[in-house]
Write a protein that binds this ligand. Structure first.
Ligand SMILES: NC(=O)c1ccc[n+]([C@@H]2O[C@H](COP(=O)([O-])OP(=O)(O)OC[C@H]3O[C@@H](n4cnc5c(N)ncnc54)[C@H](OP(=O)(O)O)[C@@H]3O)[C@@H](O)[C@H]2O)c1
Length: 308
């Protein structure tokens, strides 16, 4: 891994079609901006189409040649995910990189349209379904990748993936941790299944450390928002740098598949993207395989690993 990696190290991405979920703000926006600068064809998968179009205007003000397109995707609803995939396949014949970035944190107890606790449903199950429905396109696109976004909080989370409906009495952060750990386990398990089926698509996990985005303010109560902003400025990094582990996982030629990329600084809250070992310690074949089966049952999306 080269020292001092920045988005300027990304090579030319002409001809690559890339989907970024949660693309209108924070890390997703910064990721799209960097990919557009390198000539990728970027699909901003957004819950609110107007916000997606505003994000494209912002990108085009910086990168006039940007090739960006906004498409509606609500990860809160399996029907919306299916519709997104349907529309995407009608328009594109390849998919080089899928970046499963969208997320919510510590929101008060709610269920998704399909009855999952909302953080687990949006952050994990929605992306599980999305990836499964796009799998054929990923498999047939040479050198394709899937990037999942985890979190530091998941490093200390126990894998208890059994109650995805949730309950009011459980602390919201517990579900956030579980949802992010599930994303990381999924990334490892997906890579394992690609290798087993002799498929060259790569799956990589990443985490952004602590990054200055709207994520924390959205989840917290109004009173703590100011405090949150001050502490974020102190311990966190700018959203642009927070996107580097995602961008590195998505584009660096050294990636083999199965890595976990995060910031190299003290405590992992900021720094340059580096390969981390902790996911190998957290990963359990047994747990990941059970999680996979449960996710297929809950979403109704069965993965078909057919090589080209
Ligand atoms: N910031 C950090 O320090 C940090 C640390 C660890 C992990 N992460 C992860 O990084 C990812 C990006 O978060 P961020 O920090 O950039 O926060 P953010 O600025 O709040 O961005 C979150 C994005 O997700 C979208 N989203 C939320 N619910 C959605 C849904 N139902 N369907 C589709 N999109 C939805 C949001 O769209 P709207 O604008 O329409 O709500 C927004 O674009 C998340 O997965 C988060 O867990 C962040």
């Amino acid at each position: 891994m080269s020292k001092g990696w920045t988005k300027n190290d990304i090579g030319d991405l002409t001809g690559k079609v890339i989907i970024v979920t949660g693309a209108n703000s924070g890390l997703g926006y910064e990721t799209c901006l960097a990919l557009a600068e390198k000539n990728a064809s970027v699909v901003l998968a957004v819950r609110n189409l107007n916000k997606g179009l505003e994000a494209i205007d912002k990108i085009k003000a910086i990168v006039p040649h940007a090739n960006c397109h906004a498409m509606q995707l609500d990860l809160n609803d399996l029907a919306s995910i299916r519709e997104f995939v349907h529309q995407f396949k009608a328009r594109y014949t390849s998919l080089s990189i899928l970046i499963n970035n969208a997320g919510i944190m510590a929101s008060s107890y709610q269920q998704t349209k399909d009855g999952f606790e909302s953080q687990v449903g949006i952050n994990y199950l929605g992306h599980f379904a999305l990836t499964g429905l796009l799998l054929d396109l990923l498999i047939k696109t040479p050198n394709s990748r899937v990037v999942s976004v985890g979190s530091l909080i998941a490093h200390k989370t126990k894998p208890q993936f059994h109650n995805f409906k949730g309950s009011k009495s459980t602390k919201p952060l517990k579900y956030y941790g579980e949802s992010k750990l599930a994303c990381m386990m999924f990334a490892k398990e997906l890579q394992y299944r690609f290798r087993l089926s002799n498929i060259s698509t790569k799956s990589i996990a990443s985490h952004p450390g602590i990054s200055q985005t709207k994520l924390f303010a959205r989840g917290s109560r109004k009173l703590s928002k100011k405090l949150m902003r001050v502490s974020l400025n102190f311990v966190g990094q700018r959203a642009e740098s927070g996107a580097y582990p995602i961008l590195y996982a998505a584009t660096d030629p050294s990636i083999r598949g199965g890595e976990y990329i995060g910031p190299d600084g003290r405590g992992g809250s900021k720094g340059e993207p580096t390969e981390l070992e902790i996911l190998d310690e957290l990963y359990s074949e047994h747990v990941a395989s059970n999680l996979w089966k449960l996710s297929e049952t809950l979403t109704g999306v069965k993965y078909k690993f057919k090589s080209k």
